[in-house]
Write a protein that binds this ligand. Structure first.
Ligand code: HAM
Length: 421
């Protein structure tokens, strides 16, 4: 039989790199918690319509990249390509929007997009996201950006920048899209591109083809159409970011890949990741809740790409911590000692010590080799002699020194020794 392989284009993490992945993810989550965001844990599949309505049919994500299937009850189900629509669904369903506002939640998990796989672009990838729902306050926009910024600083990332823009309110976009559509009618476009632009003319800024990019260089710019309220909101976001010492550049041609954005939008771009340089992005989505059947509430959030942030840390040669070393590795050398080793490990583990055992019937040499490989701080051999005398030698694996311990009081002695390190 041929060997199984993971499906094409998925990211996966196994030791030792998995410890780095976990550290990066935990740092992102910690930053969200420090700003008052609480966990929301959601399903990885939802009704397909949630995404077609929420994310938008003109987007690549919905039109080309969704993992959609019919379940056994004949329902159309989609593996979540992003987190915001699901959060809105849950907030509406559980009436969180009727309580204290803003609702501030964070999430972390797998997302699925059938993209063409390449370095940093996967079909199953990981995000940590936050959403702040219910208040249209520019200070919240700055807070959301700051949560990402703080996490990147904590990780030690340096070689990236933040781009921000404003997509304005509905009046801004109404006036702007009218002019943009007018401009697009003057272009000689193929039919598919024209149809895409009919669904959302902004998508043409997203087009990867050089010729379309060149044509769009001369298109009107949304930022020139901001209503006074939108312009003031955006100015206040900028003032607050400056006051917080968060550097940014304005990119008035930024197009986010999802259709729900309004007002402030932003992206963090890393400089050493090649084509897949976006390590996180987000923005306001003031019409999304109501479009999904909820109240007229505004919201803002981000999704950070954990896979890419780990790649960025590696590219910057940031030294990420490994798992904490095991405290003790027990090497039993006969059957009777094995039973005692199991009991000893169980007692220690339930009291919070990290302990592993040389399983299998290894001779002393093989057992000690395993102890060495485990990276444990101490190793202890258990055999007939140790059991009959009730005492054993604890070997410090770094210095090679051994000290004698009493098995009955092993826990206290180990605690003393570990504190000494
Ligand atoms: P997004 O920009 O589509 O936004 O994704 C956020 C981040 O997820 C990207 O910046 C990137 O780091 C990572 N990412 C996206 N696709 C892939 C992929 N195929 N492979 C690896 N990493 C990927 C959203 O998803 C929005 N829901 C963010 C948001 C929350 N906006 C408001 N609230």
């Amino acid at each position: 039989m041929s060997k199984f392989q993971a499906p094409k284009g998925v990211s996966e993490y196994f030791p030792q790199r998995s410890a780095h992945f976990e550290f990066v993810r935990a740092t992102l989550i910690e930053s969200a918690k420090l700003s008052g965001y609480q966990l929301i844990e959601l399903p990885v599949f939802e009704d397909t319509e949630l995404f077609t309505r929420g994310v938008g049919e003109s987007t690549d994500v919905v039109s080309k990249e969704m993992y959609t299937f019919e379940d056994r009850g004949g329902r159309s189900i989609t593996l979540r390509p992003e987190g915001t629509a699901g959060v809105m669904r849950s907030v509406i369903e559980h009436n969180l929007d009727r309580g204290q506002l803003p609702v501030k939640v964070w999430y972390s998990g797998q997302f699925f997009r059938a993209e063409r796989p390449q370095a940093g672009r996967y079909r199953q990838f990981y995000q940590v996201g936050i959403e702040a729902i219910g208040l249209n306050d520019p200070e919240i926009d700055a807070e959301v950006i700051a949560v990402a910024h703080n996490a990147f600083v904590k990780l030690g990332l340096k070689d990236y920048h933040l781009e921000i823009t404003s997509l304005g309110d509905s009046l801004t976009r109404e006036r702007y899209t009218k002019d943009l559509r007018q401009y697009i009618t003057t272009l000689a476009l193929d039919e598919a591109t024209f149809e895409r632009s009919a669904l959302n003319p902004l998508r043409l800024f997203d087009d990867k083809r050089e010729e379309i990019r060149a044509l769009m260089q001369k298109a009107p710019v949304l930022m020139d159409y901001l209503t006074p309220e939108s312009a003031e909101h955006f100015s206040q976001v900028q003032r607050t970011l400056k006051a917080l010492g968060i550097e940014f550049t304005i990119n008035n041609r930024m197009v986010r890949g999802l259709d729900y954005y309004t007002g402030t939008a932003f992206e963090f771009v890393h400089h050493r990741l090649g084509a897949q340089s976006g390590i996180g992005g987000g923005g306001r989505y003031d019409g999304l809740m109501s479009a999904l059947g909820g109240a007229e509430l505004s919201g803002i959030g981000f999704g950070l790409g954990v896979d890419r942030i780990l790649l960025a840390c590696e590219a910057e040669e940031i030294s990420l911590p490994q798992d904490a070393a095991l405290q003790l590795f027990i090497v039993p050398i006969d059957e009777a000692a094995k039973a005692i080793a199991m009991q000893t490990a169980q007692n220690l583990r339930t009291n919070g010590f990290s302990v592993d055992i040389a399983y299998g019937d290894r001779a002393l040499k093989g057992g000690m080799k395993a102890a060495d490989k485990s990276g444990a701080r101490y190793a202890m051999v258990l055999g007939e002699n140790e059991i009959s005398t009730g005492s054993a030698q604890l070997k410090n694996m770094q210095t090679g020194e051994s000290i004698s311990v009493t098995l009955r009081t092993l826990q206290d002695e180990l605690a003393q020794l570990i504190k000494l390190i």
